[in-house]
Design a protein around this ligand. Structure first.
Ligand code: NAP
Ligand code: MG
Length: 493
């Protein structure tokens, strides 16, 4: 059962929208939100109506010019305050996240603290947005390039990182001087509403931040189609990303952070124990429901047996539990029935086509798992590219492993995908490292570690994994238009 304090926090957000600086009870139909570990209904969202979407966009529109005109230092101060308030309430916010998403509370708290860090990072960036002076071919002219916020941002986010994926868009918008209307995933709305409450408490002016709940196909689509929304910042599946690009009726800025199918290459020179540790973390954390999760692993034949034995043991050693009652569990419940069904389908397909089961393969047994979406961390070996596990994003706690003989073959296999988000390498030989970091066609390459996304560096995908960047200076630039001001002053002519 969800305990009293979480019930109370969620009850305060139940059926609410955050529009023009205040919570208001939504007028639309109520949709239930479940705790994926127990099946319990923890609350409801209100599906925003067309009039409510309009109200939020108009509030963001009205707030835009005054907010853009604020001194960067003033916006930075508010962002710092927001970060402080979020960090101070990390425990309660983490428990709301676990109740709706399933990840263990300690992991959820880590995510909330990273959101707070993002507030501070973008607060600092806000005061360092510089322009340029461009040399001219004629004397007496001066060219300035300045940066101006794009306007009203529509942010549409998935359920796997309910705080961070909202936060990167929110913080970059606020730093740049944009205003924002956020449409969080239908199954994880309360984390976004809890963030809105912190925005209000921080004193961010009315209309600068708005949160609308509801279905993506209605509320999300309404933002995509709205002529007063200047940019869509989307994180989610490649299919919905492409649909957004194709259905956008006006010319509009788009950043699309989409799906992945991320490979790990373990070479003959690798520290196998370190590779096993990295693989176990990045294949199974958040039940593999990470766009940069390791989906498939290519291991040099000389270390294949040792690697498989190690990964099998590591996977079996991970603890699966209800993330609210066992905050330090390694894996909680998966967020919904959908990714669990896909995981089972990919596993069945792999086994049918001749893969060997090394670890996991089923849901954990016991009454405490009976009503939740649980699955054990699963490793299959001897995989080929005929198998879905090697070709599609599973988004679950399943990883496929295959042996390789030479590095060119491993690179070809790793790049044999329409996706290009993140890739991983374990190797100690410098030639192997240089060859792979140049040869992998991915936006991120992590070598001898599995944490490609740091706040200071651009994070984004290629091919069907998307366009645009989050994090770093590049992530902030996505929220600006450039303006070239060419002045003839005649001096020196
Ligand atoms: P999804 O089904 O694409 O949904 C993402 C968001 O889009 C949700 O808020 C959804 O609303 C909304 N949406 C659905 N249809 C829409 C439409 N026609 N117009 C506008 N919005 C619409 O993705 P998901 O299943 O939530 O998340 C998993 C996917 O996200 C995976 O593919 C994963 O790789 C990707 N992801 C990528 C990154 C990255 O940084 N590249 C990070 C995390 C996740 P509803 O919830 O109401 O349907
Ligand atoms: Mg979906």
């Amino acid at each position: 059962m969800t305990d009293q304090s979480i019930r109370e926090s969620i009850a305060a957000l139940d059926g609410m929208l955050f529009v023009d600086g205040a919570f208001r009870a939504g007028q639309g139909a109520r949709l239930p939100v479940q705790n994926p570990a127990t099946g319990e209904i923890i609350g409801h969202i209100a599906a925003a109506t067309a009039a409510e979407v309009e109200a939020a966009v108009q509030a963001a529109r009205r707030a835009f010019r005054p907010w853009a005109a604020e001194l960067p230092k003033a916006r930075a101060t508010l962002l710092h305050r927001l970060g402080d308030l979020i960090a101070a309430d990390a425990d309660a916010m983490a428990r709301i996240m676990t109740a709706e998403q399933g990840k263990p509370v300690n992991e959820a708290r880590g995510e909330i603290l990273k959101l707070a860090e993002a507030c501070h990072f973008y607060a600092e960036e806000a005061t360092r947005v510089l322009g340029e002076i461009i040399p001219n071919d004629q004397p007496g002219f001066q060219s300035l390039v300045t940066r101006e916020p794009v306007g009203v941002v529509g942010a549409i986010t998935p359920w796997n990182y309910p705080a961070e994926l909202v936060g990167w868009k929110l913080c970059a918008s606020l730093a740049a001087g944009c205003t924002i209307v956020i449409k969080p995933a239908e199954i994880t709305p309360f984390t976004a509403l809890a963030i809105a409450a912190k925005c209000a408490a921080a004193g961010i002016p009315a209309g600068v931040v708005n949160v609308l709940t509801g279905k993506g196909s209605q509320v999300g689509q309404a933002l995509v189609e709205h002529p007063q929304v200047d940019k869509i910042a989307f994180t989610g599946s490649s299919a919905v990303g492409l649909h957004i690009q194709q259905s956008c009726p006006q010319v509009k800025r788009l950043s699309l952070e989409l799906g992945g199918n991320c490979p790990l290459i373990v070479t003959a020179s690798a520290d196998v124990a370190a590779a096993v540790k990295g693989a176990a973390r990045r294949s199974f954390r958040n039940c593999g429901q990470i766009c940069i999760a390791i989906n498939r692993i290519y291991v040099h034949r000389s270390v294949y047996g040792a690697f498989l034995a190690g990964l099998g043991k590591a996977a079996e050693g991970l603890r699966v539990a209800n993330g609210l009652t066992d905050p330090a569990a390694d894996l909680g419940a998966m967020a919904s029935a959908e990714p669990l069904a896909k995981t089972r389908a990919h596993l069945a397909d792999a086994l049918e086509r001749g893969a060997r089961l090394i670890a996991g393969g089923s849901a954990p047994e016991g009454a405490e798992y009976a009503n939740g979406h649980f699955f054990r961390p699963t490793v299959v070996a001897d995989c080929t590219h005929d198998m879905l596990v090697m070709r599609e994003e599973t988004f679950g706690p399943l990883v496929g492993v295959a042996p390789y003989d030479d590095l060119a073959e491993a690179t070809l296999l790793a790049n044999d995908t329409p996706y290009g988000l993140a890739s991983y390498v374990y190797a100690r030989d410098l030639t192997e490292i240089a060859t792979l970091s140049a040869g992998l066609d991915y936006g991120n390459v992590a070598i001898n570690n599995v944490d490609a996304g740091i706040m200071n560096a651009p994070y984004g995908g290629r091919k069907q994994s998307g366009v645009g960047y989050e994090h770093g200076r590049e992530g902030l630039l996505e929220y600006f238009n450039f303006k070239h001001v060419r002045l003839h002053h005649g001096v020196g002519a």
